[in-house]
Design a protein around this ligand. Structure first.
Ligand code: F6P
Length: 360
């Protein structure tokens, strides 16, 4: 086979590990040829591709980011055309199909989250043979137990929380740490548990500022004069809205979240009079070397995707259903975000050990 591979949407640790596994499996196991497509679907719209042999895919297992580049402004069905001065969205999906054939590709391996895999599914309907690989630090994709990148991001936040704990305790402060995750609270919940947070605020559980204040007082009464709060960027107070930093017309996801951490910090300071600071971890969570878990998962996903391509299992993505990697139809994965179960083990465990989720 001759395969193309692209990485779309926001980057995350483990993308290079997938690329490496795809190339190694394709070459060693099937004697296939692989070409790399630059910057997500942009590379197929503008036909920017190059050979991806064993040499080029070597030495990248531990590297964060993606050697192919990525983009979240390249939806071929709504491509931002700026030639007229104003941004106008045009459908260039036929160009993508043309370039797929021009490069003599038998299959496309698409590594991405919800947005990228949705584009993949629509291209599949236009006759492009493709297999998806689920990635996102947010872990919010349906149809797979875990996406790669998530474990590393949780580890990064945990390290930050370890550091925040000591300065919070020294200064008797409340420290609010805002983390990514969009409308899912996976990163906040897991890192909060791993990093010993006292309060975790997630989009799935609207919070009351008064409940947060009460928890801080309770801790003070027990002689704990500091509190660490992890807040997911998509968390909202009961009856309130998400805090939006900016809206960006040409991006596939036009809403940029950010600012809830500062809002919570102000509320807390007002209600408790305890000195409070906010740290926004931002894109640090997307960078760095993948954890062992993510390297293994990414490698299993990459190898399995090549096998699926040879089985002709197109319009599917690889999915972790422990202990196996299986094929899941792309349609099942899309438009149904996997959110934290408010009655699930993570939240119950957190509550059992005294973590407040700001609800009661
Ligand atoms: O989906 C991954 C993610 O990192 C989200 O957690 C975050 O809201 C968003 O991407 C940030 O996107 P950008 O890189 O466009 O700022």
């Amino acid at each position: 086979m001759r395969m193309g591979i692209l990485t779309g949407g926001g980057d995350c640790p483990g993308l290079n590990a997938v690329i490496r596994a795809v190339v190694k499996t394709a070459v060693h196991e099937y004697n296939d040829e692989v070409i790399g497509i630059r910057d997500g679907f942009s590379g197929l719209i503008e036909n920017r591709v190059h050979d991806l042999d064993l040499d080029r895919a070597s030495g990248i297992l531990s590297r964060g980011g993606t050697i192919l580049g990525s983009s979240n402004r390249d939806n071929p069905f709504e491509y931002g055309d700026k030639s007229t001065g104003a941004v106008r969205h045009i459908d260039v999906s036929d160009t993508v199909v043309e370039n797929f054939h021009k490069n003599n590709l038998d299959c496309l391996i698409v590594i991405g989250g919800d947005g990228t895999l949705d584009i993949a599914h629509r291209l599949s309907a236009k006759g492009v043979n493709l297999v998806g690989i689920p990635k996102t630090i947010d872990n919010d994709l349906n149809s797979t137990e875990v996406t790669f990148g998530y474990d590393t991001a949780v580890g990064t936040v945990m390290d930050a929380l370890d550091k925040i704990q000591t300065t919070a305790e020294s200064h008797h402060r409340v420290m609010v740490v805002e983390v990514m995750g969009r409308d899912a609270g996976w990163i906040a919940t897991a890192s909060g548990i791993a990093g010993g947070a006292h309060i975790i605020l997630i989009p799935e559980i609207p919070f009351h500022p008064e409940v947060i204040a009460r928890k801080i007082y309770e801790r003070k009464e027990r002689g704990k004069h500091f509190t660490v709060i992890v807040v997911a960027e998509g968390a909202t107070p009961l009856g309130g809205d998400r805090v939006i930093k900016r809206t960006v017309e040409e991006a596939s996801e036009s809403v940029r979240l950010g600012g809830i951490g500062e809002w919570v910090a102000n509320q807390v300071e007002e209600l408790t009079r305890v000195e409070t600071r906010c740290t926004v971890l931002g894109h640090i969570q997307r960078g760095g070397s993948p954890s062992a878990f993510d390297r293994i998962l990414a490698t299993r996903y990459g190898a399995a995707a090549v096998v699926l391509a040879h089985e002709g299992k197109f319009d599917h993505m690889v999915s972790l259903q422990t202990p196996n990697i299986v094929a899941a139809p792309l349609t099942d994965a899309l438009h149904q975000m996997k959110r934290v179960n408010v009655n699930g083990s993570h939240v119950i465990t957190g509550k059992n050990i005294g973590i407040s989720f700001g609800d009661k």
